[in-house]
Design a protein around this ligand. Structure first.
Ligand SMILES: Cc1ncc(COP(=O)(O)O)c(C=O)c1O
Length: 408
């Protein structure tokens, strides 16, 4: 039925905003979430390992909050534990060498990005985004009617030289420079690539030259398993051109849905009043009580060790089971390995056969704004245990070999 026939006096289609009218109502993940996972190794979503969720720690933090500060913690305002959280995040960032003027606690990283869009983006404004990228980011920008300018990502992260060329071409054609450049600098979702230090510097110089802002979403920054930690963009930015977004979703638990936005005072103070309301103060109090006395840093050491072992297991299994036609970037941290297959293989229809063989992954098309066929796929090593990683990768190897044989 068309909008015209459904939309009468009682209908509402004509009331929708233009942006909402263009936002799909179905989840972009629907084709994957609907898969029956019985007997199938789940290498699809970037979920923390269930065995690493801090159930006892959060439970005892909750008891502490309720027993010592209930009347404040359950009230508007939140009380002393909720008030502590910004200091805890400040200290955590300082431990990583990030000295920020100002920060605001948010309901996770996506909420922080939504706040940035509310502050800077009008429908039709362009934003430069490293593609492929996390589907949730495409959704947030889509909800603000942003025009996504795709920038390639390679093994050194966002291709800043390509971005520079794109901006020059746009300026030459009389088109506006993107207002924002969105980058996932460490262990990018989905490629696992890390932005090189020289590209970080070049990106900041470019932002200063053309007058745009850089938004770094660093949700995986605490999960480095080897090598030197490069400076964050916000940490080396001398011109107040960048914002740093982070989250406890990957390091503590997605259910706490708490993160932050940090950067120069003048920028954060513009975003703060634009954040959508709904502050879960009790959760923030529990997280603060949990993170006190160095417990957060101790936890980070523990989760890093466990995810490093999972990553190593997956890389070994890939070497063993994938045919030579497949290639991948070796991630130094994060949750993901990005697999490139020969162009003739479309990983979207291939998923059905992979599931029959016993593994589920995310097809590469999900990480592109245009959803067109791709020969890439993302594996997550964070969620399943090590033995299952072996089984899942073996099933993937078999699926790819069959596809190559059929194609030959
Ligand atoms: C790059 C990136 N940003 C943000 C998020 C979501 O973070 P949050 O749960 O804090 O909104 C994810 C989770 O998958 C992600 O990969």
């Amino acid at each position: 039925m068309s909008d015209e026939t459904t939309d009468g006096v009682g209908g509402f289609e004509h009331l929708l905003s233009e942006v909402a009218r263009n936002v799909p109502t179905q989840s972009p993940y629907a084709s994957v979430t609907s898969i029956d996972r019985a007997g199938v190794v789940d290498l699809s979503f970037g979920l923390p390992a269930p065995s690493l969720l801090p159930i006892e720690g959060l439970s005892s933090a909750m008891t502490t909050v309720i027993e010592t500060d209930a009347e404040e913690a359950l009230q508007y305002g939140g009380g002393r534990y909720a008030d502590l959280l910004p200091n805890i995040v400040h200290e955590h960032l300082a431990n990583r060498g990030i000295d920020v003027d100002d920060l605001e606690i948010t309901n996770g990283s996506s909420h922080a990005l939504d706040g940035v869009c509310r502050t800077f983006i009008e429908p039709g404004d362009s934003v430069a985004v490293g593609i492929p990228t996390f589907t949730g980011v495409l959704q947030v920008f889509g909800n603000h009617g942003a025009d996504i300018v795709p920038v390639p990502v390679d093994e050194d992260g966002l291709d800043v030289a390509a971005l520079e060329r794109l901006i020059d071409e746009r300026e030459y054609a009389g088109k506006p420079v993107p207002k924002l450049v969105f980058v996932i600098p460490n262990f990018q979702n989905p490629t696992g690539a890390t932005l090189s230090v020289s590209r970080r510097q070049r990106l900041l110089s470019l932002a200063q030259r053309v007058g745009c802002l850089v938004v770094e979403d660093d949700v995986y920054g605490d999960l480095r398993y080897e090598g030197e930690t490069p400076p964050t963009l916000t940490g080396i930015d001398e011109n107040d051109r960048s914002l740093h977004i982070g989250s406890f979703s990957k390091t503590v638990a997605p259910g706490v849905s708490t993160g932050w936005i940090a950067g120069p005072e003048g920028l954060v103070s513009r975003i703060r009043p634009m954040l959508s309301p709904g502050t879960p103060l009790l959760t923030r109090s529990i997280l603060a009580a949990y993170s006190e006395d160095g417990q957060l840093e101790r936890r980070l050491t523990l989760v890093r060790e466990s995810y490093r072992a999972r990553r190593d297991r997956m890389l070994r299994a890939l070497d063993r089971h994938l045919p030579p036609e497949a290639s991948w970037i070796r991630p130094s941290g994060g949750f993901f390995v990005w697999i490139q297959l020969p162009d003739a293989i479309d990983t979207t229809p291939l998923l059905e056969r992979a599931v029959e063989n016993g593994v589920v992954y995310l097809p590469g098309a999900m990480f592109h704004p245009d959803d067109s066929p791709r020969s890439t796929l993302r594996l997550s090593f964070s969620y399943v245990d090590r033995q299952d990683i072996d089984h899942g990768v073996a099933a993937l190897g078999e699926t790819i070999r069959l596809a190559l044989d059929t194609d030959a």
